[in-house]
Write a protein that binds this ligand. Structure first.
Ligand SMILES: [Zn+2]
Ligand SMILES: [Zn+2]
Length: 156
């Protein structure tokens, strides 16, 4: 739950304002539809109350999800504008699903110079420092605990 709160925390105040406005606009539109433009034969009162919650709340939550994709893609140094558009425009949340499948590892800071580097980088592009363990033979990233390089067979 703490992690969830931290993740939600990356959504900036401007994005929250947009999420709020999406929810508000939908709620107002539905209320207007049933009151100002109300006519006999409309659904009964309880059904109208239900629709006023059941339509804008999930769509507002979806807008928050898209705001999360925007903030998260930016944090991971991905093409955040493109991913936000894909998340918003591809129907049935397929864009959002694709994002969670394809997103890059979380960016970190280079221990040498402090530059923000992608999680899958082996060397810092700013100062050339080694970011993870590398195989001395083929220079590919090796994982902790390996005794032999999985790519070229060199003993580590
Ligand atoms: Zn560096
Ligand atoms: Zn190797």
């Amino acid at each position: 739950m703490k992690r969830f709160k931290e993740e939600i925390g990356i959504i900036g105040p401007k994005a929250w304002l947009i999420v709020f406005l999406v929810w508000l606009a939908l709620t107002v539109a539905i209320i207007v539809l049933f009151t100002v433009a109300g006519k006999p034969g409309d659904p009964p009162f309880w059904a109208r109350v239900f629709l006023t919650i059941a339509i804008p709340v999930p769509l507002g939550a979806y807008a928050a999800l898209i705001a999360y994709v925007h903030a998260d893609a930016k944090r991971r140094q991905m093409r955040h504008v493109l991913w936000t558009l894909l998340a918003a425009l591809i129907p049935n949340a397929i864009g959002v699903l694709l994002y969670f499948i394809l997103r890059d590892p979380l960016a970190g800071a280079c221990g040498g110079c402090g530059a923000v580097v992608k999680g899958n980088f082996t060397f810092c592009p700013a100062c050339g420092a080694v970011l993870g363990s590398v195989c001395p033979q083929c220079r590919r990233t090796v994982e902790p605990g390996w005794t032999v390089c999985a790519f070229c067979g060199t003993k580590l």
